[in-house]
Design a protein around this ligand. Sequence first.
Ligand code: GCV
Length: 738
Amino acid sequence: MAIGQYGQVAGVAARGVARRVRAVAVLLLALWVWLPAATARAEDGHDLWLRYRALPAAQADAGRAVAAALAAPDASPTQAATREELLRGLGGLFGGAPAMTARIDRDGVLVAGTPASSPVLAKLGLDLSALGDEGYLVRSLRIDGHAATVIAANSDIGVLYGAFHFLRLAQSGQSLSGLDVRETPKVKVRVLNHWDNLDRYVERGYAGQSIWDWHKLPGWLDPRYTDYARANASIGINGTVLNNVNTSAQMLTPQYLEKARALAGVLRPYGLKVYLSARFSAPIEIGGLQTADPLDPAVRRWWQAKADEIYRAIPDFGGFLVKANSEGQPGPQDYGRSHADGANMLAEALAPHGGIVMWRAFVYSHEEPDDRAKQAYSEFVPYDGRFAANVLVQVKNGAIDFQPREPFHPLFGAMPKTPLMMEFQITKEYLGFATHLAYLAPMYQEALQADTHARGPGSTVARVVDGSLEGHALTGMAGVANIGSDRNWSGSQFDQANWYAFGRLAWDPHADAAQIARDWTRMTFSTDPAVVTPIVDMMMGSREAVVDYMTPLGLHHLMGRGHHYGPAPWVEGGPRADWTSVYYHRADARGIGFDRSASGSNAVAQYAPAVAAQFGDIATVPEPFLLWFHHVPWDHRMASGRILWDELVHRYGRGVDYVASMRRTWAGLAGRIDAERHAEVAAFLAIQEQEAQWWRDASIAYFQTFSKRPLPKGEKLPPHPLAYYQSLQFPFAPGDGK
Ligand code: GCV
């Protein structure tokens, strides 16, 4: 191009640029005027289930009549938070906040407080003795001849929980008259476990970065921390472990303890205690000692001094969570000591301050070639009764690792002298990451309602966890958080339901998954039955669909290596056999499945005799666990009348079909759900359908090389040869362990 020409072109370009700049300026001005209004209406899921959008007129009128005025103290931070939440919630729902009052001189006063904080409640003399320090009651009654509602408890936190209960009733469109609610938590320690690293990377996290902005702490307290605390308090969660179980010792340095102190200050008014994951080798890494041997006096002194230091900064510190001698983490076995030795050393350091140790039973040894499913039991049962009184042993729901379906962990019921806390995974490491709609409460409920038979029929896992089976007062439930920096907190709208359901089940492990789904849907989307019913139906079958299209009939651990994304039943080789897929499915020309019966690894023997007999016999094992416990011939006749191979193929397809049906249901809700959230869910469901199909096709292509059988009539062949599925690589899939 000649220079003159260039100049001419440049001149034209310059005029074009000027025109574009003017156009952009006009657009920006328009946006400046329009955006505030638009964003005020935006529904991107950031408000979680605490949206407090205006109720339909009739419900709002009825609500206003019940809570026209509010008598609630605000002398303590928790009281202030309670009052603020009630004003915010009732104001949003009823179209105007109630007036504040100190007297009951009319109908429709909502009274919230303790006998110590509220003169009205002190005069009423309600019997609160059975409520403990976190329970509450919500009751409609008459005070001085006026209709009133009271939210009463023995502690400020109890009142806050009660306020959230009242708001839930209002928000989910339930009647606010004739109330007589009495609630106490059935589990004492109800905690989230964040697998968040100090560089904000979240292991197995699919919702962005860690919400803890460590670098800016303690100077900057992101308002999100308060919203996080509100959301947790609304479902009764009372603790949070801030850092990953695969932790750096840095967390225990003064620099980071100062940051944790700042977070504790924000979370405290909402009843959330801060806990930390502790690296067992910290005395060496940050303490300058030569050893971390739990029986070494210098090591014990180091932990005691560390505990004293932490409690000086955080007087209500909850305690430590420890992953030891598991997946390369240091632990007491490095010194020939036991898990009890390690846990008790930390327990001793925390005990004078009232802290606890949550010692994880997720262990499987590098040296031990035994069935991985058996190892935690083998390592822990001999120490039953040897743990200090302030130790909870934290046990995953199943013996392998948060698979879409696992039988309950055989440790439940096998350590009667030790309080065992449940560990569920809320983040969906093995259930499709953020994009697959899988409501996990039915999975949690399945584990909790499983009968260990430890003390005869009715010895459910829930009764082990709530302490009622063996009379333990220290009880707990942990959920591996799915929370991150994404606007919608959990990576998807529906993953919020799993956070919500975890909290509700930690409060009451006997609660019902469908009821929880109804409450969540009413609060999150709409109280309209035309919306609630299809959404709840869709949610309730969603986890089973994932089981179907990923790991039907008891198959497990068949996902991509390392990142765990997508199907890879062909994974073999590498550092250890029990990190491969072939170790778990054991497909061959004869059949498929892991023989854990008496003729195989005999893992069934770790269950109580009645359960072992049921699981150990191919004729009585429930079909959902068939291939977990047995190696089954391809032509084994199933309850449906199909042979095993045909049944497998059928289940894969059934899972895909379910996702297609969820897409149709969701499409039918267009216009009834705000456009932004509707579009996001629709897009994610489309991804889920593609990926479900991928799981089905890849799995069938692979297993057919063993079964050597045709697909049943009407079933479509995978569109690609096996080599295609095997060639797919995902080096940047999120959440991988580092
Ligand atoms: C935090 C599985 C996960 C790991 C996790 C581990 C655990 O193995 O893949 O990322 O590590 O469980 O629970 O400790």
